[in-house]
Design a protein around this ligand. Sequence first.
Ligand code: SF4
Ligand code: SF4
Length: 185
Amino acid sequence: MADQKILRLGEKAPSEEMAALKETVASCMQCGTCSASCPVTRAMDYTPREIMRLIMTDMEEAVLGSQTMWVCASCYSCAARCPRDIEITDLMLRLRSIAIKKGYQPRADVAFYRHFMSIVRRYGRMLEPELMIRYGLTTNPLKLLGMAPIGLTMLRRGKLAFKPDLIKGRREVREIFDRVEGGGE
Ligand code: SF4
Ligand code: SF4
């Protein structure tokens, strides 16, 4: 059993998904170019370079419980500059998917993101009233009631639509979502 990993006391083996990510980041040399290129590190609890290190050292809970992948704006600056050609942006998206699958509690801003994405997945574009209602019901129904007068005024003035303006190619949009969420290539 030459390839069997020896675990130290208190150390946990990475899950299958995280083991796959560990292989992806194995060539990371901790140069920090990704963190230096990232426009949103100030809002992250771990920088992209730190996330690489945590994955390499099997700190699964720290990685999946972090805010970093949710804050990532998918701008690709890090991936474009990484000297080891690591697809950091795609990795952040994979981390979101793994975190949700493993039941890490979405925070309020994550609930917003999830509702936003599920609406875009369905209609191919945003439907603001549905987003606000779904987000309000998930996070703070009382606040939602307080916003009703503004919503009604906007509706009367034609600033909001309750029916989705469907785009062509919705099936293709759904396929893109399926590939990203499934971690497809
Ligand atoms: S830029 Fe690439 S090699 Fe450098 S720390 Fe980030 S992931 Fe690792
Ligand atoms: S893709 Fe995400 S992690 Fe990479 S630089 Fe942009 S915001 Fe930062």
